[in-house]
Design a protein around this ligand. Structure first.
Ligand SMILES: *Cc1c(COP(=O)(O)O)cnc(C)c1O
Length: 377
């Protein structure tokens, strides 16, 4: 007899550092009496440590990922239309509209769930100035084809790498591809600062530009040189980041074990498809564990599995259903028509994100799999 879990199981649990460790860092901040404005004891150290970890030449911290993405797009001076994916979190297309740009949705590739390059090419018009790709679930976009397209058509490339912290492609940190890449450090992400984010880039000229854009455009006491916003990461966030960063390696190891167990239990089950691709040239991000349910083969729909899990107090999530193209604010766009997005439309009906964090026990994972595989709905 399967019993419901006595306490609810959510898709993730934030990494929480030892309070004594965190307190040590807070003490430094208290001593310096400097809480924000990028000059305290933690901000600079975190920027340096993260550029090393992500293997990128330049990195700028932000107060959250969405603000970072909005600022990246602003820094690239895009106009008109930007091609993007509907299979992502709301922040991706919103960041375009905050910059008065029109999102143009294109369909995704069935294996990687990232934008299909041939669909990108077909969607380029005279108004297109950029491509906004998402390394969804840590699966890298086809960065080589996208680079080629961008060169041919003189487009800028921005990547949303909110799911791809630590992912590498051909030995390179994923933040090295495109003009600018955004990482999110929201509490639900593997590495986090409660709220936070960063931009990475090759071209050093973005350093100052992004600095002004996230600090009101203030150059010095008497000069304001651009219409900047407030995107600064504060010291309390940066300190949390420093403490959490020390836990990341161990968390990844723990998640690797959980991933293996899920794979053992759920592979070779008709109608269950894994969504994380593991190419030889790429490394995993261990951000999410997402499966697809093919209802014909599995005998139950994704929604039936979702409800079944809830009855046992397992709160799986339907990432990413509905597609962004179905939101009220975007459904009127010509590119939002479901027949323009057949693969994304199908996938959105099939995906379910399962609990995935280091403190899950093998017993809990086994019970979650028992519930999923249970014949009765
Ligand atoms: C988490 C996330 C964001 C936004 O990050 P915040 O730091 O919460 O603003 C953007 N895009 C994707 C795909 C995300 O998962």
């Amino acid at each position: 007899m399967l019993k419901p879990f006595s306490t609810p199981i959510y898709v993730t649990q934030p990494l929480l550092p030892d309070l004594i460790k965190y307190n040590c860092l807070l003490r430094k901040i208290w001593k310096a009496k400097w809480l924000t404005n990028m000059l305290g004891p933690c901000h600079h150290v975190l920027e340096t440590k993260l550029s090393q970890y992500l293997k990128v030449p330049h990195l700028s911290l932000f107060n959250n990922g969405t603000n970072a993405l909005i600022t990246a797009i602003q820094a690239l001076d895009l106009t008109g239309e930007v091609i993007t994916t509907p299979f992502t979190f709301a922040a991706t297309p919103h960041s375009l509209v905050w910059n008065h740009l029109q999102p143009v949705f294109v369909d995704i590739d069935e294996a990687s769930l990232t934008m299909n390059p041939s669909k990108i090419e077909a969607a380029i018009t005279k108004k297109t100035t950029g491509i906004l790709g998402v390394h969804v679930f840590g699966n890298p976009c086809d960065v080589t084809s996208i680079k080629q397209l961008a060169q041919t058509h003189h487009l800028k490339v921005v990547y949303d790498a909110a799911h791809a912290f630590g992912t590498t492609v051909l030995g390179q940190g994923i933040g090295n591809y495109g003009d600018i890449t955004m990482f999110s450090f929201h509490a639900t992400k593997l590495f986090h600062t409660a709220e936070g984010g960063a931009l990475t880039y090759q071209d050093e000229q973005f350093k100052d530009k992004l600095y002004y854009l996230k600090n009101f455009g203030i150059k010095n006491e008497e000069e304001v040189i651009t219409v900047g916003s407030n995107g600064k990461m504060n010291e309390i966030q940066a300190a949390l980041g420093l403490a959490v960063l020390e836990l990341v390696a161990e968390e990844m190891k723990a998640r690797q074990k959980i991933l293996k167990l899920y794979q053992q239990r759920l592979s070779n089950q008709p109608g269950i498809i894994f969504t994380q691709i593991t190419n030889q040239n790429e490394s995993q991000s261990f951000q999410y564990f997402v499966i697809r349910i093919d209802s014909q083969l599995f005998g139950q729909t994704r929604d039936q599995v979702y409800v079944k899990l809830r009855r046992y107090h397992v709160y799986a999530r339907k990432y990413f259903y509905p597609l962004c193209s179905r939101y009220q604010c975007y459904r009127h766009l010509p590119s939002s028509a479901p027949n323009n997005l057949p693969i994304a439309t199908k996938i959105a009906q099939q995906v379910i994100s399962l609990p995935f964090y280091g403190r899950l026990t093998p017993n809990q994972v086994n019970r979650i799999c028992d519930i999923i595989l249970k014949k009765e709905i």
